[in-house]
Design a protein around this ligand. Sequence first.
Ligand code: UD1
Ligand code: CA
Length: 453
Amino acid sequence: MNIVILAAGQGKRMHSDRPKVLHELGGRPLLAHVLATAQTLAPRRICVVYGHGGETVREAFADAAVQWVLQEPQLGTGHAVQQALPHLDPDGPTLVLYGDVPLIRAETLKPLLEAAAQGSLALLTVELDDPAGYGRIVRADDGRVLRIVEHKDATPEQLRVREVNTGIMALPTRRLAAWVGSLQNDNAQGEYYLTDIIARAVAEGVEVRAFQPGAVWETLGVNSKAQLAELERIHQRNIAAQLLEQGVTLADPARLDVRGSLACGRDVHIDVNCVFEGEVVLGDRVYVGPNCVLRNVRIAADTRIEAFCYLDGADIGANCRIGPYARLRPQTQLAESVHIGNFCEVKASSIGAHSKANHLSYIGDSEVGRNVNVGAGTITCNYDGANKHRTVIEDDVFIGSDTQLIAPVRVGRGATLAAGTTLTKDAPAEQLTLSRVRQVSIANWKRPTKTPK
Ligand code: UD1
Ligand code: CA
């Protein structure tokens, strides 16, 4: 079985320099959705017909196991399929999909493939209240499909038909090759219409069967930013429905955006306006507060992410409390029961169990042990302007507020750093280390006053 994905169209109405199929839906290019669905059908070959802006499309999918076929110039859908023909396995059927119809489901396509495997031409059609612009399905009085007439070629009577061609079809590959090879472009648009093969099938006595999708949105294409936004909402609504079905609590299913994959344990609770990007895994009973962005993070059971957190590339243990207003950056590893509070940033650091940095801190390129208390305003000065250096803070350390640790530096187990310390050398274990100017008071000091002009 072959799958041909048509993706050569220019997408003029997107008003964009980017090829249409690279515009994103749910954080992935439109074409990625179609490819993923195609792959679930395990075809022998996937051919992508590309054209406008072509090389950037190929580059975006450099690792995909697909045959790329350039269509230049673009002379219509029939011409597009013709370019793919030399690459198709002639035995078995070919399924035609569209790079700009991202939400089509494999369950909808399977019956078409089965019909095509039995020698039929299988079409996917839908009934629309407003069929303007689409090819109309012309049926005989007994209901048999006779042909497809494009909107621009249709008679007033044909224009009243509300059953339209979605463009998706499956048919025996040898038949497809024969029919596509003899298409004419004597029509209103001067194009080689793939849809003309339906009348050919009927003329040759090949059965034409029309199938309908479970939902119309599966067949909607993206031609404009408005349609892209509409499909994005449908896609997000579907994801939210799946999460609810699995038992996730969503404060508002309409205010959740998943741009990648979100795996949730039991009794997960997600508050409003959260964005999930890349691969996110939430353990049992995790709570994510309102207005959080989570990108490529794993969070173990019972952890609470309070409002307004930005978490990127972090691995967070069980029973932690993060935020509100925390930022975790890539390569952050938090063990269990860690607290990272407001206006704290952690980057490329590991923090041991039961350690806390509750206020206004920067921890970068550091290794922090267990039961460490990081006082408000503590900064690991990891960057000397040229190179990054590491800070090691061993177990049971207490760091007073407003401390700077000038890396590379090590704080020994159980050490205490007094508030306001600027640590330039290692601090020994168990001792109090402080670097402060001794406090003085000047008795008869007067504030300066303004000199009269
Ligand atoms: C096509 C169908 C129409 C159907 C409609 C559904 C034909 C002749 N008409 O019309 O019956 O109702 O889709 O949306 O097939 N493409 C190429 N190369 C080309 C032309 C198009 O790859 O030379 C690709 C486009 O990128 C797009 C798809 O084919 O993904 C459909 O092209 P489009 O121009 O949108 O077809 P329509 O005229 O809308
Ligand atoms: Ca179209």
